[in-house]
Design a binder for this molecule. Sequence first.
Ligand code: F3S
Length: 297
Amino acid sequence: MSVTVAKTAGFCFGVRRAVDLAEQQAKKNGKIYAYGEIIHNMHEIERLEKLGVYTAHALEDIPDGAGVLIRAHGVPRNVYTLLQAKKCEIFDATCPFVRKIHKIADKESADGRLIVILGSAGHPEVVGIQGWCGESVVLEGEEQARAFSERLEMEDKPISLVAQTTVNRSIWNISVGLIKKRCTNLKIFDTICKATDERQSEARLLAGVSDQMIVIGDKKSSNTKRLYEISRSLCSDVRYIEDAAELTTQELGQHQHIGITAGASTPAWIIKEVSNMMSEETKIETGEDFAAMLEES
Ligand code: F3S
């Protein structure tokens, strides 16, 4: 029996950067407020809270003059203004790839274009992007893209299409194809993050050769959900767990090859706990790095 941990499992560059900045500032000043959960992982939020990183779910929860961290997901433009009005010190950890979408939305809106966002309505990243748009529409997937494109008329507004950074690549491709057929004035900005693309490609390959896939991450994490969906489309036995406590050693013993992947907000220590549990409790060895197979594909 072998266990392969995806090379791309765990924190991406943007999340690492936000967590590091929060830790540094909490250490320096004793306390910092993250505006919204810094990442979608309760275990990590609890760990950070012990270090002085507090989650503020609303602006009213932040005292005037406090240090405030903007998480990697980014925020609407007006949040900066409101924090400045409260004389807060802002530590901006908006991921540069998300920031790029804000700039596109801002510029394209100023040019009078409708911004269409392919992503999850209500997700903080999407809410943040909408806060840099004039008029915007959110499409959650193929069905909504089809319905939207069927409603388009020749005289409709020009459209600029962007993606939430964690959107599934194949859903993006299908949706772009549908809108392209009906819209005569369309600008397409492929804003899916490279880290997302690589993580999804690796999950696809790994799920294709595994008897069981274990996807680790918080149930609220949108990029982890995508990994789960991809894994399920290729592997008949997929477990979506938040930590090692959700696994039993008996069920692991039934598989020849287990693949493990994890979302961008899953800390390395949780992934390690899961893989350690397998190698220690079930006496199986960790498989070769999967990167080689990815490179060959
Ligand atoms: Fe940034 Fe991509 Fe991570 S957009 S936050 S590096 S998934």
